[in-house]
Ligand binder design. Structure first.
Ligand code: FAD
Length: 463
């Protein structure tokens, strides 16, 4: 039977089972579900919208029987091409699988379905005086399913860790339509349970995760936020190391280089010192005294490190203004070029100055604009090589720059992706990072969980 016939039969059977409002085949809707934040795009055969876990199981069973491939999609904010079809796959959107099943204040856990948007969960748990620490900058749109599948980080990771540290349990559907629950109540967490860890960060390649038990923490009583300016990126990178060596653990340490600041300045109204070549956004939290005293220590270290100006927010309004600057980076970059190769390399923070120096050298060597910003406290920088894909010479130079950047990162004992994942964007570099032996183990894991390569074919591991 031809591939097209199998796909058409699968779509027909899913429509019969879930109802016509759960399946979209129009080119307009398929276009909207065929891209992610990389700007790579391709049309899926259809988009399905299950509302329940039973509906997810039914779709998977039909795809298994009809030999059809499936891509699960949260909000499509991924930066690795993970939700972009490579063939005639179906896309399963989790947007209707969006119930917060429970928030247990006493046990400090939330049980949420995969399509719940991170920002919505943050708002709901805050009403109980709690927080879910993982806070990717895309949190107003990105889903918890996408966060777990990518093991998302965010500004708070420097103090609180990444998504993996908050996943107590996973409910998921296997390739043959079975429902599994691993570590699904918080009391299970001491039982030997490697599956939960394997699924976190699995980028949609092993199972479809339908719900999670998430650990929550008490919401800090107070925050203290500051913006510091330096004349050079190197000086700021060195200050980051000194701050973390001072014994203080800030709740955020975000770096923005001069090129990034210039972009943001063209996008929102900003008062930036003339001689500023880099800025650091710093936040502390805790009780009112803890937050203030920690920031006082940080301010001393910043001064000793040569900061040319330090502005501490005097209240929530100013704090939000400072964060607006950080949150405006991604939209403002779109003003300088239609596309970017967005790399999120991560190095031990003591090697951050060498990374920053290397990026500046590579930008000069290849004659490209490379705004650099990110979670410097983790050694995780977003290095954006700005391009117009229609300019073939520029694209070639950008790709050569990225090759050199990855080689530099590995020399600095770093990793080619601190949080965005591998998907298709970094697939060809994965073997270089892991080495042949470990790469083959990863391939075995994929084969064991997804023997027919139904889920997200061609992503992460070459199949
Ligand atoms: C402006 C902007 C800022 C960002 N900031 C950050 C940041 O600070 N930190 C960070 O880590 N990332 C960041 N990202 C990247 C992205 O938002 C995260 O990777 C996020 O976790 C993706 O969530 P999503 O719902 O959009 O997932 P999608 O893009 O829809 O999917 C991502 C991957 O997860 C898989 N997946 C999705 N749902 C499931 C599921 N239920 N079961 C199994 N697999 C699933 C998909 O198949 C795909 O491979 C940013 C992106 C943008 C555009």
């Amino acid at each position: 039977m031809s591939k097209d016939t199998e796909t058409s039969r699968a779509i027909e059977r899913i429509t019969q089972k879930l109802g016509s409002d759960a399946v979209e085949t129009s080119p307009e809707i398929r276009t909207c579900y065929g891209f992610d934040a990389t700007n790579l795009k391709s049309l899926p055969a259809a988009v399905v919208f299950p509302r329940t876990v039973e509906a997810v199981r039914a779709v998977v069973l039909i795809c298994d029987e009809e030999n059809v491939k499936l891509i699960v999609r949260g909000a499509g904010t991924g930066f690795a091409g993970g939700t972009v079809p490579l063939g005639n796959e179906l896309v399963m959107s989790t947007e209707r699988l969006n119930r917060i099943r429970a928030i247990d204040r006493e046990r400090r856990v939330a049980i949420v379905e995969a399509g719940v948007v991170n920002g919505r969960l943050q708002g709901e748990v805050a009403r109980y005086g709690l927080m879910f620490p993982p806070d990717p900058s895309s949190m107003e749109v990105a889903t918890i399913g996408g966060n777990v599948a990518q093991d998302a980080g965010g500004p708070r990771a420097v103090k609180y860790g990444v998504t993996r540290d908050y996943v107590l349990g996973v409910e998921a559907v296997t390739y043959n339509g079975k429902l599994i629950e691993c570590g699904f109540t918080s009391t299970d967490k001491k039982v030997w349970n490697p599956l939960r860890s394997l699924l976190t960060g699995s980028e949609g390649t092993l199972m479809i995760m339908t719900a999670f038990v998430l650990k929550l923490l008490p919401l800090p009583e107070a925050f203290c936020t500051a913006l510091a300016f330096f004349d050079k990126t190197m000086a700021a990178a060195e200050a980051v190391s000194r701050i973390l060596d001072s014994g203080i653990i800030p709740a955020a340490v975000e770096l923005m280089d001069s090129s990034t600041i210039a972009c943001v300045k063209s996008f929102i109204d900003l008062d930036i010192p003339e001689e500023s070549g880099c800025s650091l956004l710093l936040e502390t939290d805790g009780t009112v005294n803890e937050a203030r005293e920690s920031m006082e220590t940080i301010a001393r270290v910043l001064e000793e490190s040569g900061a040319i100006q330090i502005r501490v927010a005097s209240g929530e309004k100013e704090r939000q203004e400072i964060w607006l600057m950080r949150r405006s980076i991604s939209p403002s970059l779109a003003k300088i070029a239609p596309a970017k190769l967005n790399e999120d390399v991560c190095v031990p923070r003591s090697r951050l100055p060498e990374l920053v120096e290397g990026v500046e050298r590579l930008a000069g060597k290849y004659g490209l604009q490379v705004p650099t910003f990110g979670h410097a406290g983790d050694g995780n920088l977003h290095i954006n090589v700005m391009i117009d894909r229609r300019n073939r010479d520029q694209l070639k130079r950008a790709e050569a720059l990225v090759e050199e950047l990855f080689a530099l990162t590995l020399r600095l004992e770093g990793t080619i992706s601190g949080e965005h994942g591998i998907g298709i964007a970094k697939r060809r570099y994965l073997k270089g990072q892991l080495g042949e032996h470990l790469y083959n183990y990863e391939r075995l894991v994929k084969q064991a969980f997804d023997p027919k390569t139904m889920f997200n074919p061609g992503k992460v591991i070459e199949t």
